[in-house]
Design a protein around this ligand. Sequence first.
Ligand SMILES: [Zn+2]
Length: 350
Amino acid sequence: MSMKKKVLSISFSGLMAFGAVTAVGLPVGAVGNGPNTGGSIQTSILHTYEGMVDYLKVQEAKQKELELEVIGQTVKGRDIYMAKYISNPENPTILFLTQQHGNEQLTTEGALEFIKHLGTGKTKGLLDKVNVLVIPMLNADGAMGDVNFSLDNYLADGDRHLTRANANNVDLNREHDKATSVMEPEVRVLHENVLQQYDIDYMIDLHHQGTRSAVDDKLVSGSILYPTNANVKPEVLEGSKKLGAIVYNTLDSTGWGHIGKYVGGNGENIGRNGAAVRYDISTLLFEMRGMSDHYYEPYALGQKSNGYLIKQTILTLDATVRAIADGSIESADTSFWDTLPEQYNLPAEE
Ligand SMILES: [Zn+2]
């Protein structure tokens, strides 16, 4: 069986844990050119913060190589967890970061499945050659809607709302150029206790965007971008483009993945740029389609596409870890970036 088939079979079985999500998630066409909002926007199928912590602790008890670290606390005092797989500090290290924006949760669902996946025999030997850090749900207060501002106009059904900003109504992904002492607490601990403490080579910052982004007249399943600040060193930028090549090639070959080039800002205040400039980390922004909740209807995506978007996250994490472990990332062809079309918005359907 090819490596790719193995990965897919693991992903499918892993997704079964999501029950109803999976049942509607697998048929053709759901991500890219699928229905507009794709059914109801239902948040009760997503892990709560407490459910995520329980899940991580179960995995830590099962997996010898996994260690959980609390890197700090949110505004509301929630512990922020990082899953660590460090077999040898000399090995290359990749960090996966999810939910700087609390309303972008399917990346976290995928990251949790990936953590489970790392505990199976299917990844045997992999962790001897690469260190993996996963911070799922950085903005746990936003993810739980436990914030100091009104949520009256938020759209989702379910047991909670999810917000982009943290409890202080600050966008955490615009904090990365500040002195750490004046950052919001979630970003401060990310910098002081992770980015400055570990020798990180690569980072993928996982997000969700609106539902109407397209390239080639077809809605994207997601769009990617390397750091675009002028102060990023050339070798850091090149590593970022290689990281993007692994992701692009993996998803483009699925038949359902449809990837564009994200159009994003150049400021150092954005994580993709700030981590690259301040710490020489090769970074990739991945903006998947559709958010788990919002007050603006074209941004929130119904649950019909959940299965695909979770699978897209798992494949992204799996492929990049493998490419770093076997060194194939070093020879990745970055020329696709020269022709990758920039995404644009298709008009809303109604
Ligand atoms: Zn985001």
